[in-house]
Design a protein around this ligand. Structure first.
Ligand SMILES: Cc1ncc(COP(=O)(O)O)c(C=O)c1O
Length: 331
C-alpha cells in the first residue's frame, strides 16, 4: 500500500473525539533570545493545550485507543501508571465523559492528602488499586482484569501510556498537523529539529510514523528520555511505529530520523534535575509556559543544552513539543 493511501486510512480512522485540534504552534522569540546572542528559530507546539481534562499528549493517543467500535459492550476502562500519572488522569476523565467506569492500578502508597494528578484521578471517580512498585503494575492490571471479567464486566485494558500501534496513530496525525503548520511559516529550512519528551514512546513512535509516511527527511526527531536508556527509546519507538504502520497496511521504511537522548534522566524517573528545573524556570519566565519536572522540563533541558553548545546549524528550525503534564508541578 502506498504512503498516500495509508495517510487516507489514518485520516478516516474511527476515533472518539476528545482533543481541541489543531493545537497552536507559536514562535518562542523571547526564550530564543535568552538562550543565544544570535537566536535560533524556535517554536513551541502546544500539545499541553489539547484541552480535555487539562490536556497533554495522552489525549491524542486515547482518541484512537477509545475508538467507538472498541467500546461496544465495554463497561469499564482499566489502566496503570505512577501516582502522578498524566495518562491515568486523562483515561479516568475519558471514562467519565464516555459513561464508563474506570479502575487505575497505581504504584506507590495511597496518599494521605492527594494533590496534582493524584487528586484528579479521584475526582474523576476512578477506583484505585495500589501496588508497591512500578514493576508490578502490568501483572496486577492483568489480574484485576480477570477479577472483573469473572464478575461479568467487559473491561477494556489500555496499556501503560496508551503507547501501542493504535495509540501512536494519534501522533502520526499530529505529525501531519505540525508539518502543515511549519509549511505555512514559509519555505522549509534545511532541517527542523523536533524535541519530544519520551518514556513509553508512543508519542515519538507516532511522530516517526507520520514523518515517514510524509517522507519528511527534513524533520529530525530528538526523543529525550524521562527514565529509560537511549537504546530503549530507539527500540521502543521503532517497534511501536512499525505496529502502527501495520495497522495502516503500510510496509514502507521508517526514516532514520530519530536521535534518542538519556543524558537528562538524572537520578531517575520523576526525580527533578537542576538542569530541568533551570529550563522550567526559563520557559516560565520568558514565555509564560508551564512545564512539568518529570517529562517536559527534562526535554527542555536537552534543548537548552544543545542551543548553548551551538549544535544547531544556521538556518535550522527548532520545535519543542510541549506534551503537558503541568498538574505534576502542582503535586
Ligand atoms: C507530560 C508527558 N510528556 C511526555 C510523556 C512521554 O510520552 P510517551 O509515553 O508517549 O513517550 C508523558 C508520558 O507519560 C507525559 O505524561
Amino acid at each position: 500500500m502506498s504512503a498516500s493511501v495509508a495517510l487516507d486510512r489514518l485520516h478516516t480512522w474511527q476515533r472518539s473525539v476528545l482533543a481541541n485540534l489543531p493545537t497552536p504552534l507559536y514562535s518562542a522569540k523571547r526564550l530564543a533570545a535568552e538562550l543565544r546572542e544570535s537566536p535560533i528559530d524556535l517554536f513551541v507546539k502546544m500539545d499541553a493545550e489539547t484541552g480535555f481534562a487539562l490536556g497533554g499528549n495522552k489525549v491524542r493517543k486515547l482518541e484512537f485507543e477509545l475508538a467507538p467500535e472498541r467500546l461496544e459492550g465495554v463497561s469499564r476502562l482499566l489502566t496503570a501508571g505512577g501516582p502522578q500519572s498524566n495518562h491515568c488522569r486523562v483515561t479516568a476523565a475519558a471514562a467519565a465523559r464516555l459513561g464508563l467506569k474506570c479502575t487505575l492500578v497505581l504504584s506507590g502508597p495511597e496518599p494521605l492528602d492527594p494533590t496534582g494528578n493524584a487528586l484528579l484521578h479521584r475526582l474523576f471517580a476512578a477506583e484505585i488499586v495500589t501496588v508497591p512498585d512500578r514493576s508490578e503494575r502490568t501483572d496486577r492490571m492483568e489480574s484485576v482484569a480477570v477479577e472483573y471479567a469473572a464478575r461479568g464486566e467487559q473491561v477494556l485494558v489500555v496499556p501503560i501510556g496508551a503507547s501501542t500501534g493504535l495509540g501512536c496513530l494519534g501522533y502520526a496525525r499530529a505529525a501531519v498537523e505540525l508539518t502543515k503548520q511549519l509549511d505555512h511559516l514559509g519555505p522549509s529550512p534545511r532541517r527542523t529539529w523536533l524535541f519530544v519528551p519520551s518514556s513509553s514512546c508512543g508519542t515519538s513512535a507516532g511522530l516517526l510514523l507520520g514523518i515517514s509516511l510524509l517522507g519528511r527527511e527534513d524533520v529530525q526527531l530528538v526523543g529525550v528520555s524521562a527514565d529509560v536508556s537511549a537504546a530503549e527509546v530507539t527500540a521502543r519507538t521503532l517497534e511501536i511505529a512499525r505496529d502502527g504502520a501495520e495497522l495502516l497496511g503500510w510496509q514502507g521504511q521508517m526514516l532514520d530520523n530519530l536521535t534518542a537522548l538519556d543524558d537528562q534522566v538524572g537520578e531517575g524517573y520523576g526525580v527533578p534535575t537542576p538542569a530541568g528545573l533551570e529550563a522550567l524556570e526559563l520557559f516560565a519566565r520568558t514565555e509564560g509556559l508551564v512545564l512539568d519536572p518529570t517529562y517536559t522540563a527534562k526535554a527542555a533541558a536537552a534543548l537548552v543544552a544543545w542551543t548553548r553548545a551551538g549544535k544547531f546549524s544556521a538556518g535550522d528550525r527548532v520545535v519543542f513539543l510541549h506534551t503537558g503534564g503541568h498538574p505534576g508541578l502542582l503535586a
